[in-house]
Design a protein around this ligand. Structure first.
Ligand code: CUV
Ligand code: SF4
Length: 637
C-alpha cells in the first residue's frame, strides 16, 4: 500500500528535468531502486514558515515561529519583530555565502604566496601581463620590477581583502567612483572580509542589532566583501596562476564520458586540485597502467563550478551541472568522482556506493561520511592525484556493472573573460564610446543581462534557465552567464555563434559581425566578478551614466538554491544591479524588510531585488528595468 502510494506520487522524469541525459539516468535509477536528489527534492515538503523566513532559532527561548499570513500579529519571545527576524536570517545566509567565497579566495591567495615563496613548485605564474595589469589597477608601481617582486606586492595588497580591520577593501578601487561614493556615504564600504562576516554574525546574536534598516547596512557590507573581495581575488589570481581564459571550444553533457576509458570526474570549486589532476592524467605511466587494464586511456571531465572553470581555461569537457551530479553516477561508467568544497551533495556517497564508484574527498574542510579521503596538498600534488589515478584505474579493471552512458553531447564556445569581452566589444574605438556602449546606445543591443546560478530540484532542472535566456536574447538583450546556468544553456546549444538567429535582429547583427554567440559563458560562480568588472568598464567607457546603477543591465538566478547565491545576488544589488531570483524568496511580501529589499534600496541609489518563478515573467521584469534605464539615459528612441 505504501509502495502503491509512492508510485502514484512519482512524477514523470520529464517533469523533474529538461536535460535528456539526466532524464535517462533518473529513469535508470528508479529502475535500479536508487533514490536521487531529483526525486528527494520532489518528495520533501519544505517548512512553509521557514520558506518565508518567519522563524528564528537564534536563542533557546525559542525557536519562535511567526505567522507568515499575519506577520505583525506576533513577536518572538525576546520581542523580535518579523522584520528583525527576516533581516537576521538573511544576514546570516549572506554571511555564510560570503564566507564560502572568501575562504575559497583566501586559499587561492595562499597558493599564490606559496609560488612566490618557492614552496609550491608544481604551479607557476602563467599570465604575467595580467599580473602587471591587476597590480597597476590597485596602484602598485610595476616599473622596472621583476615578476616575483610585483607578485609579492600584489599578494600583500590582496591579503588586506581578508585581514583589514579598517580602510577600504583593495578591489573596491575598480568600481566606478559614483558607486564607491554611495558606499562611503552610507557606511557600507567593505573593510576586511573576516571582520565583516564576524560583525554580521555578532550583530545577529539575540539582543543585538534589532533595526532591519541598520542590519541591511551590514548585510550589504558583508555581500560587497564577497563580490569585490574573496570572489574577485579568486578569479583574478586564478587567471594569473593558471591563465586568463579566451574563447575555447568544449563539449558538454554526459556523453563526454567514454565507456572504454577510465572516467574521472572532478566536481567542486577550487581550481588547484583539478589543475593537479589535469597534469597527472597526462603522465605516460598512468596511461600505460590504464591500457594494461584494457582501457583506451584516461578521460578527465568536470562538473559544476570547478568544471566550468577548467572548461573555460583549458577546454576540459563538462559532464553536467548541479542537478546531474548524482544522476551521472548511475551510468556505472564513473570510476572516480573527486570532490573538493561546496555544492557537493552528501547523497553522492550513497549513490556512489550503489554503483561501485569511488567518491573521493580531497580537502580537509570538506569530508563526507562514507567517502574515501585522499588529501590534496599544493606542495606535493602528485601524492594525492597519483593515489586517485591508481584507485580509478583499478576500478576500471574490476568494472562489473552494466554501463549506460546517455549519448548526449553538445559543443559550445566557453571562456569569455572580462578582458576578452572588452577586447571583442570594446578594444577598438569606433564612435565616441566603446563599440559595446555604441551598440547599446544605438539600440542594437537593448541591454545586458547576467543569468547565473544553480539548479534546484524544486523546479524542473534547466527549464527556467533555458526559457529565460531564449526570451532575453529574442529581445536583443546580450546574456552573460556563469556556473550551472551556463551549463544548462550549453546543453541547449546556445553557446555557439550559430545560435545568433535566435536573437532579435539587433543583437543577431552584432553577433554575426563579431562572430560571437548571443550568450557568453564567463566561467564559475566566483567569475560573476567578471560581470562586475565588465559593468565597471562599461561605465568608464562613457555614454551610459556614472554608476553601475545607471546601466541598462539586470541579473537573474532563476533556479538558485545556495547561500552563496544569496550573497552574490545581494552584492549585485548593492553594486547597482536589478537582480531577480526565481524559485521563491525567503521574505514575506507584506513587510517593511521586503519592501526595503525590493523597492527601498533602489530609491537610495542601489539596485533592487525582484522575484518571479515564470521565465517569461522574469524576462519581462528584467526588460522593463532595462527599458527604464534606457529612458533615464535618454537613449530610448
Ligand atoms: Ni558555484 S552555487 S550549484 S556549483 S551555481 Fe552551481 Fe556553482 Fe550554484 Fe553551486
Ligand atoms: Fe525567539 Fe528572539 Fe530567541 Fe529568536 S532570538 S529564538 S525570536 S526569543
Amino acid at each position: 500500500m505504501g509502495k502503491e502510494n509512492s508510485e502514484k506520487k512519482m512524477v514523470s522524469v520529464e517533469d523533474r528535468t529538461m536535460c535528456e541525459a539526466t532524464q535517462q539516468m533518473l529513469t535508470k535509477a528508479r529502475r535500479d531502486g536508487v533514490k536521487l536528489d531529483l526525486d528527494r527534492g520532489y518528495e520533501m515538503k519544505p517548512c512553509p514558515i521557514g520558506a518565508e523566513s518567519a522563524c528564528c532559532k537564534h536563542c533557546y527561548m525559542g525557536p519562535c515561529r511567526l505567522n507568515p499570513r499575519d506577520p505583525y500579529k506576533k513577536v518572538g519571545v525576546c520581542g523580535a519583530t518579523i522584520d528583525t527576524i527576516m533581516a537576521r536570517n538573511f544576514g546570516r545566509n549572506v554571511a555564510a555565502g560570503s564566507a564560502s567565497h572568501n575562504d575559497h579566495g583566501r586559499h587561492i591567495l595562499e597558493l599564490f604566496r606559496g609560488i612566490i615563496d618557492g614552496k609550491v613548485k608544481d604551479f607557476t605564474i602563467e599570465d604575467t601581463l595580467k599580473l602587471e595589469r591587476v597590480a597597476k589597477s590597485l596602484g602598485i608601481d610595476v616599473e622596472g620590477k621583476e615578476v616575483l617582486e610585483v607578485a609579492k606586492e600584489l599578494c600583500d595588497e590582496l591579503e588586506k581583502t581578508f585581514s583589514n580591520v579598517d580602510g577600504e577593501m583593495p578591489f573596491t578601487k575598480l568600481a566606478p567612483e559614483a558607486t564607491r561614493e554611495l558606499w562611503r556615504k552610507d557606511g557600507v564600504m567593505p573593510r576586511g572580509a573576516m571582520l565583516e562576516i564576524m560583525e554580521m554574525m555578532s550583530r545577529t546574536h539575540i539582543g543585538c542589532d534589532q533595526d532591519y534598516d541598520n542590519l541591511m547596512k551590514q548585510i550589504t557590507r558583508t555581500a560587497l566583501a564577497d563580490g569585490w573581495g574573496g570572489s574577485m581575488v579568486a578569479t583574478e589570481l586564478s587567471d594569473i596562476m593558471f591563465g586568463t581564459p579566451s574563447p575555447t571550444l568544449a563539449d558538454v553533457n554526459m556523453g563526454v564520458l567514454k565507456e572504454d576509458h577510465v572516467n574521472i570526474i572532478v566536481h567542486g570549486h577550487e581550481p588547484a586540485m583539478f589543475e593537479g589532476m589535469l597534469a597527472a592524467v597526462n603522465d605516460s605511466f598512468f596511461i600505460e597502467e590504464a591500457k594494461a587494464k584494457g582501457a583506451k586511456g584516461i578521460n578527465l571531465v568536470g562538473m559544476c563550478c570547478s568544471g566550468a572553470e577548467m572548461m573555460s581555461r583549458h577546454g576540459v569537457p563538462h559532464a553536467g551541472n548541479f542537478g546531474s551530479t548524482e544522476a551521472i553516477i548511475v551510468t556505472g561508467a564513473v570510476d572516480a568522482m573527486v570532490v573538493d568544497i561546496q555544492c557537493i551533495k552528501q547523497g553522492l556517497a550513497e549513490v556512489a556506493k550503489c554503483y561501485d564508484t569511488h567518491l573521493i574527498t580531497t580537502n580537509p574542510r570538506a569530508k563526507i561520511e562514507g567517502a574515501t579521503h585522499v588529501e590534496f596538498d599544493e606542495i606535493d600534488p602528485r601524492k594525492c592525484t597519483d593515489e586517485i589515478l591508481s584507485k580509478a584505474i583499478a576500478r576500471y579493471g574490476t568494472r562489473s556493472m552494466p554501463i549506460e552512458i546517455p549519448k548526449k553531447i553538445q559543443a559550445g564556445v566557453h571562456g569569455f573573460s572580462h578582458e576578452y569581452i572588452e577586447y571583442m566589444l570594446g578594444g577598438t574605438f569606433r564612435g565616441s564610446y566603446s563599440p559595446l556602449n555604441d551598440n547599446i546606445i544605438n539600440g542594437r543591443i537593448r541591454g545586458v543581462a547576467g543569468v547565473v546560478g544553480c539548479t534546484n530540484p524544486k523546479v524542473k532542472q534547466d527549464s527556467v534557465h533555458v526559457a529565460l535566456v531564449k526570451e532575453l536574447i529574442r529581445n536583443d538583450v546580450l546574456v552573460l552567464q556563469t556556473g550551472c546556468s551556463q551549463i544548462a544553456l550549453a546543453k541547449a546549444g546556445l553557446l555557439v555563434p550559430e545560435a545568433a538567429p535566435l536573437a532579435g535582429p539587433g543583437l543577431a547583427e552584432v553577433c554575426e559581425t563579431v562572430g560571437m554567440p548571443p550568450v557568453l559563458g564567463l566561467g564559475s560562480c566566483v567569475d560573476n566578478t567578471r560581470i562586475l568588472i565588465a559593468a565597471s568598464a562599461m561605465v568608464k567607457a562613457g555614454g551610459l551614466g556614472n554608476s553601475i546603477a545607471d546601466l541598462p543591465v539586470a541579473g537573474c538566478a532563476p533556479e538558485w538554491m545556495s547561500e552563496k547565491a544569496l550573497a552574490i545576488g545581494h552584492y549585485f544589488v548593492a553594486s547597482g544591479v536589478y537582480t531577480v531570483f526565481g524559485v521563491g524568496f525567503p521574505t514575506i511580501k507584506e513587510t517593511k524588510f521586503h519592501d526595503l529589499m525590493f523597492n527601498g534600496l533602489e530609491k537610495k541609489g542601489y539596485g533592487k531585488w525582484g522575484m518571479a518563478s515564470d521565465p517569461i515573467e522574469i524576462a519581462r521584469m528584467m526588460i522593463a528595468h532595462i527599458d527604464k534605464k534606457r529612458k533615464q539615459l535618454g537613449i530610448d528612441k
